[in-house]
Design a protein around this ligand. Structure first.
Ligand SMILES: C[S@@+](CC[C@H](N)C(=O)[O-])C[C@H]1O[C@@H](n2cnc3c(N)ncnc32)[C@H](O)[C@@H]1O
Length: 219
């Protein structure tokens, strides 16, 4: 069971890595915030040739050395310490997402990459709730029964769901400029696993970030 779950997570990580490949160059320094099991960071080290530090509010790692634990607000890293900071399927667990994104922007020299599930309409909201339950508490329980993880999944309680407009607002509040927005639809469910590439804009005052985002067709 443990090996089977590990294979599922490794395969998922490989797929995510292919989505990220155009945006993460070999030899760069990456911080993965909300790193979870560590499968993503491991895949990026092996397949993208990058150095990855993992940060999380809880230690949920199955592979690799595990995360640097932080309080969800203040990352123990210097300003512009990383070329790229990634946040994959973690924003909705943060009770203070705007503060977290500003902190992420502080440690990012170049770009921030977010992958986040978004919903459209009430139908999408309902399915995203169900999906979040399956990938949160249910997945945790299965992993714990398999002996892959231990402890309390307190960090997997979703704080809210996001529409695309919610995310746009959040990024703007954090002073991040949208460079690229790539949907990955779950057809028929009105939910999407959106990949968003954001410029950290470290030298640009937040109030001047008025440039139009370059986006693929999204709703
Ligand atoms: C669904 S898992 C995703 C893990 C990993 N990014 C992935 O895609 O496989 C959500 C992660 O967000 C983390 N998390 C929860 N609350 C957080 C917070 N306030 N700030 C940052 N990460 C948080 C959890 O501990 C967990 O590792």
């Amino acid at each position: 069971m443990n090996a089977w779950l590990d294979r599922i997570m490794a395969r998922r990580a490989r797929k995510l890595t292919e989505r990220l490949r155009p945006w993460i160059s070999a030899g760069t320094r990456v911080a993965d915030v909300g790193s979870g099991t560590g499968h993503n960071a491991m895949a990026w080290r092996l397949e993208l040739g990058v150095a990855v530090d993992e940060f999380d509010v809880a230690d949920l790692h199955w592979v690799g050395g595990g995360p640097i634990i932080f309080d969800g607000l203040r990352l123990p890293a210097a300003e512009s310490d990383y070329h790229v900071v990634t946040v994959l399927f973690a924003l909705h667990f943060s009770p203070h997402p705007s503060d977290l994104l500003q902190e992420i922007r502080r440690i990012a020299a170049d770009r921030v990459i977010v992958i986040q599930s978004t919903y459209r309409g009430r139908w999408g909201q309902m399915w995203l709730n169900i999906r979040g339950f399956l990938w949160g508490p249910v997945a945790w329980t299965v992993a714990r029964l398999a002996g892959a993880v231990q402890g309390n999944p307190i960090s997997l309680v979703s704080q809210r769901l996001y529409s695309r407009d919610d995310l746009r607002q959040l990024f703007q509040n954090a002073g991040l400029t949208i460079r690229h927005w790539e949907p990955e639809e779950w057809w028929g469910f009105r939910i999407s696993r959106d990949l968003i590439v954001l410029d950290a804009n470290r030298l640009t005052p937040t109030s001047h970030s008025s440039s139009q985002p370059a986006m693929k067709s999204i709703g």
